[in-house]
Design a protein. Structure first.
Length: 277
């Protein structure tokens, strides 16, 4: 009898955990704003290696500009953010499945991504750049001819690389880029000369190289693609959520909180014009 009761207890616990997990998954077919308000929580998916936007410190805590900004946005509505590290290459799938409610981590609003998600207004400008060692004498895009290029899988830079082969893809060795799960891994390979150049977000490149104290040893120059804007990605059904984020962006800028967060991470006001209106 004891064994039977033990088995029943275990089964009950498993069922409880399954039901709890299911209750945390959002319905991708409806507007979930009332759910977020009721539960007072929302789940945001992010790449926990993307400094300075959103990353995991050595002590396990999450930090970054996007972390602080998102927390401030949802504080306006009494909602707590649950941060969920994800495989960046699977971000839209996670959003569509309802396991996360937003993609917020230096997420560029591209035309291709607009087919899959609904974007907020832009909150920050960005640019794709090439990072190379000065010792390699690669100082412009044309110098990447027959050189090994690295890029992050699923990044907007890699998408642009594939969409506009005439700008870079047709130049580099084997007409392809070595793909990495994170920019950090790619930068380590660049430092060790396993790749010759890295296609990367300017904001990441500048922050990482400054933090490592090696900015003076590298060239950072435009890759030739159109400039981008960072925005927050939501399901197309979550219209009220997007509207409320937009309103919070503008309110935080009017009160100076947005600028305070930006100054902490960048030392300047980096807000997009749409936030300032």
């Amino acid at each position: 009898m004891k064994i039977k009761r033990y088995v029943l207890a275990i089964c009950g616990l498993i069922l409880f955990l399954l039901l709890t997990a299911c209750s945390n998954v959002s319905n991708p077919k409806v507007d979930n704003w009332s759910k977020y308000q009721q539960k007072k929580s929302i789940t945001i998916g992010f790449d926990n290696t993307f400094v300075p936007m959103g990353f995991e410190r050595k002590n396990g805590q999450y930090a970054g500009f996007d972390i602080d900004l998102a927390n401030a946005v949802f504080k306006e509505y009494g909602i707590k953010v649950n941060w969920q590290p994800i495989d960046w290459d699977m971000k839209e799938t996670e959003l569509t499945n309802g396991t996360i409610d937003l993609i917020w981590n230096g997420y560029s609003a591209t035309d291709d991504r607009r087919k899959k998600v609904q974007f907020t207004i832009p909150y920050m400008k960005n640019e794709q750049v090439l990072v190379t060692k000065k010792s390699s004498n690669i100082a412009k895009t044309a110098d990447m001819k027959d050189k090994i290029l690295g890029a992050q899988t699923g990044s907007s830079g890699y998408d642009e690389f594939e969409a506009h082969p005439e700008l870079l893809k047709n130049l580099v060795k084997n007409h392809k880029a070595a793909q990495y799960q994170s920019f950090t891994e790619a930068l380590i390979d660049l430092q060790n000369s396993r790749i010759d150049g890295l296609l990367i977000d300017r904001v990441y490149a500048n922050y990482y190289l400054k933090e490592e104290g090696i900015l003076q040893d590298y060239y950072v120059f435009p890759a030739g693609f159109d400039s981008e804007s960072f925005a927050v990605g939501a399901r197309k059904t979550d219209k009220q959520l997007v509207e409320n984020i937009n309103q919070a962006f503008k309110k935080l800028y009017q009160t100076g909180q947005f600028q305070k967060i930006a100054d902490k991470w960048f030392g300047e006001d980096i807000a997009a014009d749409e936030v300032k209106k």
